[in-house]
Design a protein around this ligand. Structure first.
Ligand SMILES: *Cc1c(COP(=O)(O)O)cnc(C)c1O
Length: 421
C-alpha cells in the first residue's frame, strides 16, 4: 500500500506547523506517516498500512497501545470529571505506591511532563544546597528547558554554551557537562567548582543516545563522589523508571540517588511527571518551602488514575519478567545476524531497550557519534517499507512492549536480516 494520504497531509501541515510537526523527532524524511489508530504492538496509518511499532510513543507504552486495563480505569474516571483544581485521594494513593517502590523517594510532587519534572528537581536541588552549578552528562536528555539545552563537546570544566537559539548564554553558564562512564571527568568538574556545584543530573542508562549502558561500578562511583562533596544526585528515570524494574534503574543496579524524576511509563500514555526525593530536599518545595513549583494540571485525576492502573497491571501481569525475556531473545537474535553477516555493528540494550549501533559499541556520546548514520537512515527507510517502525534516528532507543508477540519478534529479526544485508 502507498502512503499518499500521509504525503498530502504533510504538505498541508508544513504550512501551519513549524517543520510540519508538533515535536521535532517526528519529522521523518521525506514525510512522516500519519497515524489513524494503534493497538497492542501495532500502529496503523491513514493509508491503511500496519507497522510493528518499536517507537512506542518514545517510551511510555511498556504495556503496548490501547491496553484494556488503562482504558477501563481512565474511562471510569472520566465519568466523574477530569479536572478539579483540588486535591484528590488518587494522588495520595499513587504517591504511596511510588514511595514504596523507589528507595530514593520519601515525598513526591506530581507534574505533567518529564521536562517539568527535571526543571523542578534541579530547582529544588539548588534551593536545598544554596549552590548554582549543575553537572549533566554529555548526550543525556532531560527535556526542553533552558538549563539543560547545552551544546556537547566542551571540556569537563568549561561552562555550558546554549544548544538552541533563544537561550541566553547566562542561562547555561551554570551547566557543566562530562562524558558518561568517566568518573575522573565528573570528579574534576566537582572539584573545580567545589563550593558551587549543587547537583549532578543523569540518566542512569543513557536512553536518549542509544541506549548506552553504565560500565561496572560507574554508578556506584558517581554516588560516592557526589555524597563526599555534598552534591545532590538526581537520577532522571523518565525512561528507565518502571522499565528496567518496578523500582527503575536504581533498583536494577542497586544505587540510590537523592532525587528521582519519573514520567513516561507511569502515565501509561497519559501525560505525567514526578519530582521525587528525600524528605529534607522535597520539603523545600512550595508551599512547604521556598522553592516555587506549581501547575494547573499537576496531579491530573486522569493521569493519577492511569498511573495507579499501570502499577497494578505491571504487577498483575508480571510484565518485567516477560518483556525482559523478549528483549534478551531479540538482542541475541540480532547479534547472531550481525555475526553471520560479518558486520562490525553492535547490539546494545538492557531489559526492554535495544539498538543496533552501526559501528563499535559506544560507552559515551562522542563514541556514539562515530556510528554510520547515513547507513542507518537508509536502513530505517527499508525497515519502514517492511512494516517495522523503528525510531527514525541512530540515536534513539528502540522500545519493546509486553504486547510484542513471539511472532512480532521473529518477523522483526527476519526484517533486520533482509535489510542489514
Ligand atoms: C523524555 C524525557 C524527558 C522529557 O520528558 P517529556 O515528558 O517529553 O517532557 C526527560 N528526561 C528523559 C530521560 C527523557 O527521556
Amino acid at each position: 500500500m502507498g502512503t499518499e494520504k500521509s504525503r498530502k497531509l504533510f504538505e498541508d501541515a508544513k504550512k501551519i506547523l513549524p517543520g510540519g510537526v508538533s515535536s521535532p523527532v517526528r519529522a521523518i524524511k521525506p514525510y512522516p506517516f500519519y497515524t489513524k489508530k494503534a493497538d497492542g504492538s501495532k500502529i496503523t496509518d491513514i493509508d491503511g498500512n500496519e507497522y510493528i511499532d518499536y517507537v512506542m510513543g518514545y517510551g511510555p507504552l511498556l504495556l503496548g497501545h490501547n491496553h484494556p486495563s488503562i482504558k477501563e480505569a481512565v474511562t471510569r474516571q472520566l465519568d466523574d470529571g477530569w479536572l478539579y483544581g483540588t486535591p484528590t485521594g488518587l494522588e495520595v494513593a499513587l504517591a504511596k505506591e511510588i514511595i514504596e517502590l523507589y528507595a530514593s523517594i520519601d515525598m513526591v510532587r506530581f507534574v505533567s511532563t518529564g521536562t517539568e519534572a527535571t526543571m523542578g528537581a534541579l530547582r529544588a536541588a539548588r534551593g536545598f544546597t544554596g549552590k548554582n552549578k549543575i553537572i549533566k552528562i554529555e548526550g543525556g536528555f532531560h527535556g526542553a528547558h533552558e538549563a539543560v539545552l547545552v551544546k556537547a563537546g566542551s571540556g569537563a570544566t568549561t561552562l555550558g554554551t546554549p544548544d538552541s537559539a533563544g537561550v541566553p548564554k547566562d542561562f547555561t553558564k551554570n551547566t557543566l557537562q562530562v562524558p558518561y562512564n568517566d568518573i575522573e571527568a565528573m570528579t574534576e568538574a566537582i572539584k573545580a567548582y567545589k563550593d558551587d556545584v549543587a547537583v549532578v543530573i543523569m540518566e542512569p542508562v543513557l536512553g536518549n543516545i542509544g541506549p548506552i549502558l553504565p560500565e561496572k561500578g560507574y554508578l556506584e562511583e558517581v554516588r560516592a563522589v557526589t555524597k563526599e562533596n555534598d552534591v545532590v544526585l538526581i537520577f532522571d528515570e523518565v525512561i528507565t523508571g518502571f522499565r528496567l524494574a518496578m523500582g527503575g534503574a536504581q533498583e536494577y543496579y542497586g544505587v540510590t540517588p537523592d532525587m528521582t524524576t519519573l514520567g513516561k511509563i507511569l502515565g501509561g500514555g497519559f501525560h505525567i511527571g514526578v519530582i521525587g526525593g528525600n524528605r529534607e530536599i522535597m520539603e523545600k518545595i512550595s508551599p512547604a518551602g521556598p522553592v516555587y513549583q506549581a501547575g494547573t494540571f499537576n496531579g491530573s485525576p486522569v493521569s493519577m488514575t492511569a498511573g495507579l492502573a499501570v502499577i497494578s497491571t505491571l504487577r498483575k501481569e508480571k510484565v518485567h519478567d516477560r518483556v525482559n525475556k523478549a528483549g534478551d531473545l531479540l538482542r541475541s537474535g540480532l547479534s547472531d545476524i550481525i555475526a553471520d553477516l560479518g558486520l562490525d555493528y553492535n547490539v546494545s540494550g538492557v531489559g526492554s531497550m535495544f539498538k543496533v549501533f552501526f559501528g563499535d559499541m559506544p560507552y559515551n556520546y562522542q563514541e556514539a557519534l562515530k556510528c554510520d548514520t547515513n547507513k542507518f537512515n537508509e536502513f530505517f527507510k527499508k525497515m519502514l517499507t517492511d512494516s517495522i517502525f523503528l525510531p527514525p534516528s541512530q540515536f534513539e532507543t528502540n522500545f519493546l512492549s509486553v504486547a510484542h508477540s513471539k511472532d512480532d519478534i521473529e518477523k522483526t529479526i527476519e526484517a533486520y536480516k533482509r535489510n542489514l544485508k
